[in-house]
Design a binder for this molecule. Sequence first.
Ligand SMILES: Nc1nc2c(ncn2[C@@H]2O[C@H](COP(=O)(O)OP(=O)(O)O)[C@@H](O)[C@H]2O)c(=O)[nH]1
Ligand SMILES: [Mg+2]
Length: 231
Amino acid sequence: MVPRGVLRVLTLALAAALAALGSLLLIAWKLYLRGTDTDRDGWWERELRELQDGAPHGDTLDWRQVLVLGLDGAGKSSVLHYICSQTARERMAPTLGFNSAQLCIGGLEIDLLEVGGSQNPRSYWPLYLGQAHVLVFVVDSVDRPRLLTARQELHTLLAMEPRLPLVVLANKQDKSDALSVAELWEELALHTLSEQREVFLLPTSATWASLSTDTSILHVKNLLVTLLSRP
Ligand SMILES: Nc1nc2c(ncn2[C@@H]2O[C@H](COP(=O)(O)OP(=O)(O)O)[C@@H](O)[C@H]2O)c(=O)[nH]1
Ligand SMILES: [Mg+2]
């Protein structure tokens, strides 16, 4: 039998030892945290700097601009949306002035710039030709009454930039009364363009339901990446 006084001393000694151990553990934990906090700050600052420089993970992206024009209602905003995002979108609000979207792909940072297609914003179209690497011209393949206007606007633009690669989209091909690409080639007088210019005419449907079909907007995305990846 251990006397009660000795037991009390032993208990006090054990409590003191546990307190000392706890303090040591606390100090060690604080030292450890200080070390990792410094690491985290460094990582975060590096990420922030890379974001600000626009050069994630040490790679530099080459900047390219795609100018997307065409009459109002042709489907420009829908084309931008489905090139940059494969999410369904029921309604597309009319573009009053400008609309832009960005795509980082294959080492490229591609800015897609849409300028509105109604009468007023059309006067700004020529201002953006100079910095564009490719012109995408969207045509509503069922809008027969305005095909002549579309053709005139397109040829006026092309006369200002004789070498700018041109991608014409024969859009709304999902509609039963859509003109074919062969008909649009004639109607838009694309055969009259200089041989110096690269011209592509693609049948497209800028809709969610058409993303996995022959007229998918994703073919446009692939073509743009190919054209813009060239040195
Ligand atoms: N059926 C069909 N509707 C489309 C297509 N592209 C656009 N639209 C619709 O046409 C309308 C005008 O499209 P929008 O993208 O705003 O044309 P924007 O004025 O040229 O930008 C919207 O109601 C779109 O949903 C297409 O390929 N097929
Ligand atoms: Mg629009």
